[in-house]
Write a protein that binds this ligand. Structure first.
Ligand code: NAD
Length: 460
């Protein structure tokens, strides 16, 4: 056997061992019945009907999509800074206590869990405070908007991973294609994995922060909407639904643009395959001029990840707003896929979107004889309803088995945020994931965090 074949066989064996482990792990949660945990209390997850006492934080907009899941639990509190936007939820759960300030809501008596769909710039704060109160958390994507926020939440979560169920709202993860891509790449359909690419074409250009538009309506608490963010005068253009979806997330103080928006969903397609933690080096480029108010529309970021037990060192790249990877063939126009991924291996490519995939073996002689498709019974089990996976994990004694828990999701969003650090700092950055420091450019470390308003802290 040639060295190449030998290492190929080893890689395939290790991939199979890995995916078998994976199957057992994911199968365990899918196949399990709920178990009522030993009860110390008479409310929430330990009540005879096994319903969680949940607070819905951020009740309008995306929050409304979670009402069907929450109908199976006890929604005991609803928190929103906008009295109008919260009305669908307050009608759905008329006995819930209403809050405007999430800091007060988190101390609601007898709470088991929170489901949060507030703005991105409050996510890491709310997550960290909720972890400190031992609450299960479903947090909309992205989990954080800076490297330090992601690291803080992960650090708080890891010691509690065996008691708290967490899930970040990357619900497309439940699409069967996520499993199929993981199986095919790890089982070797394109040989040894060398590179992964993810891209999204959404563009929400903004010139800069909006002018003062006078007082906010009485039904909106603008001060609490701003929360930890530096002060900006009220302008209705920031508020989604009045202006459009996620209007605020292009501004540095309020979000991370497409990195946190469609980037959360689309990079997840690659992240679910590659079993990576944190990158060792990062580079970003764009031909767009830097805007101190607004995150870039067009950007390309590349991350190098060390080898793991089934693959070599790889490069993973994210492209947004018009930047695109090179197509593997001149008869495939990647631009027709708005949000997609591509994996490059030693024997071919896979191109995919959220619901389909295309295997492209290299060259005329590529015959796929090296690849054995799985039998039906060996396929990774379906995840089922994504939100339900979380409520189930809150109750079944295996809380860390949610697909997008705070370890998986914090690593991914820390990586994406590092792309923006490289964009701001310029040049190639070397990153030490153990300490969370850029090691070759001291100046770049300032971009690992951001400015917060006085009186707001992630510790609470
Ligand atoms: N998973 C998905 O597919 C998906 C889709 C859309 C949005 N999202 C995410 O959901 C979140 C909300 O997005 P949206 O478009 O609904 O935004 P939005 O601006 O409409 O906000 C949602 C709700 O949260 C409320 N809110 C804002 N700040 C709050 C605070 N500090 N405390 C309590 N309530 C607050 C708003 O008043 C509103 O009712 C974002 O994080 C976004 O990324 C996810």
């Amino acid at each position: 056997m040639s060295n190449q074949n030998e290492s190929q066989t080893k890689a395939t064996e290790s991939a199979l061992t890995h995916t078998r482990r994976d199957f057992l792990r994911k199968g365990a949660i899918a196949g399990s019945g709920l178990m009522i945990l030993p009860s110390g209390t008479l409310f929430g997850q330990n009540t005879p009907n096994n319903r969680l006492n949940v607070a819905l934080i951020g009740a309008g907009g995306r929050g409304r999509a979670h009402i069907p899941t929450l109908k199976d639990e006890n929604v005991v509190a609803i928190c929103d800074v906008d009295q109008i936007k919260m009305q669908t939820a307050t009608k759905a759960f008329p006995s819930a206590k209403v809050y405007q300030d999430w800091r007060e809501c988190l101390d609601h008596d007898g709470l088991d869990a929170i489901l949060c769909t507030a703005t991105d710039f409050s996510h890491a704060f709310i997550a960290n405070w909720a972890l400190a109160r031992d609450l299960h958390i479903y947090m909309e994507k992205p989990l954080a908007i800076t490297v330090n926020e992601a690291r803080t939440v992960r650090e708080s979560y890891l010691p509690k991973r065996d008691k708290l169920a967490t899930q970040v709202g990357m619900q497309r993860h439940a699409n069967p294609n996520f499993n199929r891509l993981r199986e095919m790449v790890q089982d070797g359909v394109i040989g040894d994995l060398k590179e992964a690419y993810a891209w999204g074409d959404r563009q929400i250009p903004k010139p800069g922060y909006l002018p003062d538009a006078g007082a906010a309506p009485e039904t909106l608490n603008w001060d609490l909407w701003l929360g930890p963010s530096p002060f900006h005068p009220y302008n209705p253009g920031y508020i989604a639904e009045r202006a459009g979806c996620l209007e605020w997330n292009m501004y540095w103080d309020f979000g991370i643009g497409q990195m946190g928006d469609m980037g959360s969903h689309t990079m997840d397609l690659a992240w679910n395959v590659i079993d990576a933690e944190l990158p060792t080096s990062i580079e970003s480029e764009t031909d767009e001029e830097f805007n101190p108010d607004v995150t870039p529309v067009k950007l390309q970021s590349s991350f190098i990840f060390p080898a793991n037990d089934w693959r070599d060192k790889i490069r993973v790249s994210w492209f947004q707003g018009g930047a695109m990877p090179k197509s593997p063939s001149n008869w495939i126009d990647l631009n027709t896929i708005g949000h997609g991924v591509m994996f490059k291996g030693t024997k071919g490519f896979i191109v995919a979107d959220f619901g389909s995939r295309l295997i492209i073996p290299f060259g005329d002689t590529a015959d796929l004889t090296y690849f054995k498709p799985r039998k039906e019974e060996e396929l990774l089990p379906e995840l089922g309803n994504f939100q339900k996976q979380w409520t189930t994990a809150c109750k079944n004694g295996r809380p860390s088995e949610t697909a997008c828990n705070f370890k998986y999701s914090a690593d991914m969003i820390e990586t994406m945020c590092l792309g923006l650090v490289a964009y701001r700092a310029g040049g190639k950055l070397e990153y030490d994931g153990a300490t969370g420091k850029i090691t070759n450019n001291a100046d770049a470390n300032q971009y690992l965090t951001k400015e917060y308003r006085e009186g707001w802290s992630m510790e609470g």
